[in-house]
Design a protein around this ligand. Structure first.
Ligand code: FE2
Ligand code: FE2
Length: 306
């Protein structure tokens, strides 16, 4: 085997060793409504002055539901992207092809895991609005260059690591979180770890075939997708206001809605864009591949982390 084949084979071997089933992770599919679903670093409900502690807990749980929903969203484009990458590897690179097919299969399993969790959460939390359009978002992302889509995928996969290791699992937070929720994102990261390695290998391959101008353009495309996704996050934060009103059984005044929306839009941005754009592994790849990319990413990360 070549060194490159070995790297792909190692991902297959680890993936086979750590694989899990949806049933093992979700069990009976009940979530503990007395506990938080998301760490405060991501949910950021503590700073909202117009809500009681009980109401903040319910908003945290609604954010848990939308976190699961939005992960299912992004996995849609990743599945289609990785299937296309696998199909493009010729028969002589069958190890690479198999590693990528396994990657796509795992993402497909993750999507089903998140869908099952979402249905269980909706049954417990009651009616909650969720932004539609996963297929449209996937179509928009996949209209960009291969290098852009690979970099975006890598960024999101490192983000899942950061959220789980540094936030869900961090001291003080872990014990206060719902154990099924925690298990779901631990299991997710365990498989994403191989995806992040495969992304890196595929980025190297794709970058070698890209001109310096195309590499710079890939960063602009990625930031354009980030801007569009930010609009979707704001729409979700708006839907959450009505979900919260239904859940807590009271109407929020205009002033209260304004406060919650302002805090929560920033929290969504930080969760899905700020923490992703700042991940050192992602930034390292951008530095390696482009001349101007890192500066642009740093600027966007500052806006998305406010
Ligand atoms: Fe995944
Ligand atoms: Fe993944």
């Amino acid at each position: 085997m070549t060194t490159n084949e070995n790297s792909y084979q190692n991902c297959i071997d680890t993936s086979e060793r750590v694989a899990w089933t949806i049933e093992q992770v979700l069990g009976g599919g009940r979530f503990d409504l007395a506990r938080k679903f998301l760490p405060d670093t991501l949910a950021r409900v503590q700073g909202i002055s117009c809500l009681s502690e009980k109401e903040k807990l319910r908003l945290n749980q609604i954010r848990g539901l939308t976190y699961v929903h939005l992960f299912g969203f992004v996995e849609e484009f990743i599945i289609k992207e990785v299937l296309a990458l696998a199909a493009n590897h010729p028969i002589a690179r069958s190890v690479e092809r198999r590693a990528l097919l396994r990657f796509a299969e795992e993402e497909s399993k993750h999507q089903l895991l998140f869908e099952s969790a979402k249905q269980a959460l909706l049954a417990q939390l009651g009616e909650c609005g969720l932004v539609p359009g996963a297929s449209d978002v996937a179509g928009f992302v996949l209209s960009k260059s291969e290098l852009c889509v690979l970099l975006l995928t890598s960024m999101l996969e490192w983000m899942t690591q950061h959220h789980y290791i540094d936030m869900f699992s961090a001291g003080g937070e872990r014990e206060s979180l719902d154990p099924t929720f925690l298990q779901m994102f631990k299991s997710h990261w365990i498989e994403e770890a191989q995806h992040a390695k495969l992304d890196h290998l595929e980025i190297q391959r794709s970058a070698q075939a890209s001109s310096p101008e195309a590499r710079e353009a890939a960063i602009d495309e990625l930031l354009e997708i980030g801007g569009a996704f930010d609009g979707l996050l704001k729409a979700q934060a708006e839907l959450d206001l009505a979900s919260l009103e239904r859940a807590i059984g009271r109407t929020l005044s205009d002033q209260e809605q304004e406060e919650i929306l302002s805090v929560q839009h920033k929290a969504y941005r930080y969760t899905f864009l700020g923490t992703a754009l700042k991940h050192p592994k992602f930034v390292g790849q951008v530095v390696e591949l482009t001349r101007n990319g890192a500066g642009k990413i740093e600027q966007a990360a500052a806006v998305m982390s406010a």
